[in-house]
Design a protein around this ligand. Structure first.
Ligand code: PLP
Length: 431
């Protein structure tokens, strides 16, 4: 059993103690499984609750109780400019300037609002290139936008999938599609981190190809933000959106985010759906009839801030600022490599086929690994669940799991590896 020597609990605990990036696990509520912590690997779906969330919410509730409407100005964090609390954290996470980011709405809503501005089909140039098997909400958003503009999704949406036998998308196929459809592509819109396979696309390469072809380039960063370091400004991304309840730990349905590149934010003529919270903040309460945009990504805001939901987002972002995205990424690389080698060791010891469909090049993935356990089907997922492992199952046959550097440990992974070994034994061993 030499293959598994690295996964003895004492070894794992040693790795935790020695890691140059200290764990922040104590700052989170880890869902229990009986008297133990569950082995929670689903931070890619719903991040865990920061312990500071309750206090942050209570502060807002108390200010509301104490000040009523005056809380807009008198609250500890005045609600009237509450969204400004997020600029620091968001610019750190996505690599933006503070005039390029805003926390608002929910992810799919933001995707639609950005498509209003950035999907402007004209003449022959009306096609969208996107990934095959995109997250369903993104597919619905793109198809409904095409129909809204009088187009036909069957013709106007070009899906790029993995080549036969492969799981990852080859960026060269996006470049080739742009050439095949010269002059016809209005928008390249991709998930930066593919939610199913965990592939991190080469975002700057895609932006370069899109721009060279005269197309706009946007990303859905639901699975990228808080997972890998991003440089949206430098990469010249036109727009992006993300949610904050996955890696950003901001709670179910929490306020989402959006990025609009500087070169677009002050464009007074840009097509946009507008509301009073995007209006010049100095003049917002003058209730003027003419909209005058903020001149920043905030111009895309429509409504006043959902403070109760944002209160958690604020403390969650603070943790990212304290930890630093580059530190988290370096720890993430170590955790995911450890998990990968554990899965491989179990496959070898038990002589079973556990296929990781996530790219094995660490530069092409974040922390998530997507696993196909050949010959086990959903049964393996059920066995893991019974043993207190929280992972997720995606039809038809994939188990996704994400060791999150904020709160997952080498020990979590070692414990998982032992559960996986027990759960994938082919037949009862002879006594
Ligand atoms: C999680 C996720 C969503 C969810 O959309 P909501 O509007 O937040 O419900 C959409 N797209 C992608 C790629 C996701 O990963």
């Amino acid at each position: 059993m030499n293959e598994l020597a690295l996964f003895e609990l004492t070894k794992a605990q040693h790795l935790d103690a020695e890691d140059p990036v200290p764990s922040r696990r104590d700052e989170f509520h880890i869902p229990p499984n009986g008297s133990q912590d569950s082995l929670y690997f689903t931070g890619n779906s719903l991040g865990l609750q920061p312990r500071s969330a309750q206090e942050a919410l209570k502060t807002e509730l108390d200010d509301w109780a104490k000040h009523g409407v005056e809380g807009h100005f008198r609250a500890q964090h005045p609600w009237v400019n509450y969204h400004e609390r997020f600029a620091e954290g968001l610019k750190h996470l996505v690599g933006a300037q503070s005039n390029e980011v805003v926390a608002m709405n929910a992810l799919t809503v933001n995707l639609h609002l950005l498509l209003v501005s950035f999907y402007r089909p004209e003449g022959r140039r009306k096609k969208i290139i996107c990934e095959a098997k995109a997250f369903p909400s993104d597919q619905y958003a793109l198809a409904s936008q095409v129909r809204y503009h009088g187009g036909n999704p069957e013709e106007d949406i070009i899906e790029i999938g993995a080549r036969p036998g492969a799981h990852a998308i080859d960026e060269a196929d996006i470049e080739a599609a742009l050439v095949d459809h010269t002059g016809e592509v209005a928008l390249v819109m991709m998930g930066g981190m593919q939610y199913f396979t965990g592939q991190w696309l080469d975002m700057p390469r895609i932006v370069r190809a899109a721009h060279a072809a005269g197309a706009i380039c946007g990303f859905d960063l639901a699975h990228a933000v808080g997972n890998v370091p991003l440089k949206l400004h430098d990469w010249d991304v036109d727009f992006a959106c993300w949610c904050s309840y996955k890696y950003l730990n901001s709670g179910p349905g929490a306020v989402a985010g959006a990025f609009v590149h500087e070169r677009h934010v002050s464009d007074a003529d840009i097509a946009r759906f507008e509301g009073w919270w995007g209006h010049n903040a100095q003049r917002r309460f003058l209730m003027e009839p003419q909209f005058e945009g903020m001149g920043t990504a905030e111009a895309w805001q429509m409504s006043n801030a959902p403070v109760l939901n944002m209160a958690v987002h604020a403390v969650a972002l603070e943790q990212f600022l304290q930890a630093g995205m580059d530190n988290l990424r370096s720890k993430s690389l170590r955790l995911t490599a450890y998990l990968e080698s554990g899965i491989q060791a179990v496959a070898q010891v038990n002589d079973v086929h556990l296929e990781i469909i996530t790219p094995n090049d660490p530069a092409r993935r974040g922390c998530q690994l997507s696993l196909v356990a050949h010959g086990f089907g959903k049964q393996l997922f059920e066995r893991l669940t019974e043993a207190g492992v929280v992972v997720d199952w995606r039809e038809p046959n994939v188990i996704r799991m994400a060791p999150v550097p904020m709160y997952n440990t080498f020990e979590d992974i070692a414990r998982f590896v032992h559960v996986l070994k027990r759960s994938t034994k082919k037949a009862p061993q002879n006594a």
